[in-house]
Write a protein that binds this ligand. Structure first.
Ligand code: GLN
Length: 547
C-alpha cells in the first residue's frame, strides 16, 4: 500500500460554508515540497457537471486534460498552483458506472453487488490507485454536501473505513458552523454540537474542527465547544468571515492548524507565505480602484463567473488595484431597457465572457462595438472573441448580415461556424473542443509580448470557430489574428492594432490565472483599465458591486 497521507474534509450544518476554499487553503499550507493531490467526491449521479445548468450548479471548471469538473477544482488550482485531473473528481455517477461496467463484464461471478461493501470498496480503490499513480505525498479528499446527506453517505462511510486501512495516516477535518445571534449578542454552539455528535455517530472523530463564524471565536468559546465535542481547544480553528478568500490560509496558519496536522503529516517547516501575504495585503488595502463592466447572461448568479472574478482579483492585486464590477445584463441592452452609453458610463474596461445560445448576443455586440470605437479596453473570452469577430465583420468589413451559425443557422455570412473536422465526438454525442491546446503567437504582437513568447497554452470549452473562409477579409480590414492553432486553421487570439487594448481569445484563459501568477491577458487588461482610469478619472455616481 502507498505511503500517502490522507486528509478527509467534511462539512456540516449548512452548505455554502466554503468547504472547497477551506480545503484549498489547507492544501496550500501543506504545499512546501510535497506532491499534493486534491480529490473531490460529489454525491450527484451526473458523470460530470458539464451538462448541468451553471445557474443551478455554478461554473463548469475545465481541466487541462479536458475534464469538466465542479468549481471547487478552481479553488484547488488557484491556491495550489497545480493542474488537477479529471479522475481526481469522483461523482456517484462515475463510481456507479465503473462498478456496473465491471458487473456487466462478469467480474463478480454471480455475487450480489451492494452499496456496502461494493460501492465503498470501489471508492477506496479509486483513492488508493490514484495515490499510487500520482505518487501523492498527501491526498486531500473533500466530501461534498453536508454530513447526513443520503447521496454522500457512501463517500462518508468510505472515509470512516479508511482509518481501519491506513491508521494514523488519515486526518479528519470537519467544517462546522457557529451562528452569531444578534438578539443575544453572542455566538451559539448548539448547531455545531449536534453536527459533531452526528459525525461521531457515523464513526468519524474529527482531529480538527474548523468553526465558520462571523467573528473570531474567543478562547472561552473554544473551551466550551471543545468540552461538548470531546476535543482539545487547540483542535478548534476559528474560520471567521474575512474580506478575501486568499486570507484563509493566513488565518488557519495563525490559528495554529499546522501544529495539529503538521506532525501527523511529517511536516516540520513553516509554510512559505511571504509573497502570498504581500498580495493579500494589497487586496485588502489597494492604492487604486478600477471599474470593469461584465456584459453577459446569468448575471443573477455570480458563481457562474467565479474564475473570471478571481482572475480579475489576481491581476488587481498585482497592480495594486481593487477591481469593482459592474454587471451588465446583455438582454437589457438588447431589448432597449438600458442604453449602451448608460451601461458603460464611467467604466474603465469591458469584459465579455463565454456563453451559449443566441439570447443577449446582439446586446453584447453593441457593448463590444462601443469599446472598439471608443478605445475602451476590451477582453473577450470564448464567445467574447466570436462576437467581437462578428461585430467587426458587420461594422468594419461591411458584411452587414455576418453571424454565427449558433445564432442564425441560415446566415449568408457564417463568419463563426461549426467545423466538424475539429471535433472528437464523445460518448454523449457531445461535440465540444475541451481541454488545453497550444497556440502559436505572432512575433511582435502585443499578445506575444504579454505571454513573453510565441507559445500560449490555454484551456478550451466550445463548439464553434472563426470560419477560415473569412480569415483573409478580417486581416485585410485590420484585425490582428495573432494567435493560431499550430496547423494555422483555428483563430485562438485576436488583437486590434492601434486600440489601447482590444484583445480576445477563443480559450478560457481565466482558468489558468493564479494569485501569484496572474493570467497574462488579464494582467494586460487590468493594467490597461488602470491606465485609462488614471488618465481620465471619472466620478461614479452609481454604487458598484465590490468583488
Ligand atoms: N457558444 C460558443 C461555442 O460553442 C462559445 C462557447 C463559450 O463561450 N464557452 O463555440
Amino acid at each position: 500500500m502507498s505511503r500517502t497521507k490522507f486528509i478527509i474534509v467534511t462539512g456540516g450544518v449548512l452548505s455554502g460554508l466554503g468547504k472547497g476554499t477551506a480545503t484549498a487553503a489547507i492544501s496550500r499550507l501543506l504545499r512546501n515540497g510535497k506532491r499534493i493531490v486534491t480529490v473531490k467526491c460529489d454525491g450527484y449521479l451526473n458523470v460530470d457537471p458539464g451538462t448541468m445548468n451553471p445557474v443551478e450548479h455554478g461554473e463548469v471548471f475545465v481541466l487541462e486534460d479536458g475534464g469538466e469538473v465542479d468549481m471547487d477544482f478552481g479553488h484547488y488550482e488557484r491556491f495550489l498552483g497545480v493542474a488537477c485531473k479529471f479522475d481526481w473528481n469522483l461523482t456517484s455517477g462515475k463510481v456507479f458506472m465503473r462498478l456496473i461496467e465491471r458487473e456487466r463484464r462478469g467480474d463478480f461471478l454471480g455475487k450480489t453487488i451492494q452499496i456496502f461493501p461494493h460501492v465503498i470498496n470501489e471508492i477506496q480503490q479509486w483513492w488508493f490507485e490514484l495515490a499510487e499513480r500520482e505518487k501523492a505525498d498527501i491526498m486531500t479528499i473533500e466530501i461534498g454536501g453536508t454530513i447526513g446527506d443520503w447521496e454522500n453517505s457512501w463517500f462518508t462511510e468510505a472515509a470512516r473505513q479508511l482509518k481501519r486501512r491506513v491508521g494514523d495516516d488519515v486526518t479528519y477535518i470537519h467544517l462546522t458552523y457557529v451562528p452569531f445571534l444578534d438578539s443575544v449578542g453572542e455566538p451559539k454552539s448548539k448547531p455545531a454540537q449536534r453536527d459533531i455528535a452526528q459525525l461521531r455517530e457515523l464513526g468519524i472523530i474529527p482531529d480538527v474542527i474548523i468553526a465558520r463564524s462571523k467573528m473570531p471565536l474567543s478562547p472561552k468559546f473554544k473551551e466550551k465547544l471543545a468540552t461538548f465535542c470531546d476535543v482539545n481547544p487547540e483542535q478548534i480553528i476559528s474560520g471567521h468571515d474575512i474580506d478575501s478568500i486568499y486570507e484563509i490560509p493566513l488565518i488557519f496558519d495563525s490559528e495554529g492548524i499546522m501544529k495539529i496536522i503538521g506532525p501527523r503529516l511529517g511536516i516540520t517547516q513553516n509554510p512559505d507565505l511571504v509573497q502570498w501575504r504581500k498580495l493579500v495585503e494589497r487586496i485588502k488595502a489597494p492604492k487604486h480602484t478600477v471599474t470593469i463592466a461584465i456584459g453577459g447572461k446569468y448575471t443573477e448568479l455570480r458563481d457562474s463567473y467565479a474564475s473570471i472574478i478571481e482572475a480579475l482579483n489576481h491581476s488587481g492585486a498585482n497592480v495594486d488595484s481593487r477591481v469593482m464590477l459592474r454587471w451588465v445584463e446583455s438582454t437589457d441592452v438588447e431589448q432597449g431597457r438600458r442604453s449602451v452609453e448608460e451601461a458603460l458610463k464611467g467604466v474603465d474596461a469591458l469584459l465579455v465572457p463565454g456563453g451559449f445560445g443566441s439570447r443577449g448576443t446582439e446586446g453584447k455586440m453593441a457593448l463590444i462595438q462601443y469599446a472598439r470605437e471608443r478605445g475602451l479596453p476590451y477582453l473577450g473570452i470564448c464567445y467574447g472573441l466570436q462576437l467581437a469577430v462578428i461585430e467587426f465583420c458587420r461594422n468594419v468589413c461591411g458584411l452587414a448580415d455576418a453571424n454565427s451559425t449558433e445564432i442564425d443557422p441560415d446566415t449568408k455570412n457564417p463568419v463563426v461556424d461549426y467545423l466538424p473536422d475539429q471535433r472528437i465526438i464523445d460518448r454523449k454525442g457531445g461535440t465540444m473542443r475541451l481541454g488545453a491546446f497550444e497556440a502559436v503567437l505572432k512575433e511582435g504582437s502585443m499578445i506575444a509580448g504579454l505571454y513573453g513568447g510565441t507559445r500560449a497554452i490555454e484551456r478550451h470549452r466550445h463548439r464553434y470557430e472563426v470560419n477560415p473562409v473569412y480569415h483573409e477579409i478580417l486581416l485585410k480590414n485590420g484585425l490582428g489574428l495573432v494567435g493560431m492553432s499550430p496547423n494555422g486553421k483555428l483563430v485562438e487570439f485576436i488583437e486590434l492594432p492601434g486600440h489601447p487594448y482590444f484583445v480576445a481569445t477563443q480559450a478560457h484563459n481565466e482558468l489558468t490565472s493564479r494569485l501569484e501568477h496572474p493570467n497574462p491577458l488579464f494582467l494586460g487588461f487590468v493594467t490597461a483599465a488602470l491606465k485609462r482610469h488614471l488618465n481620465n478619472p471619472v466620478q461614479l455616481s452609481t454604487v458598484e458591486a465590490n468583488i
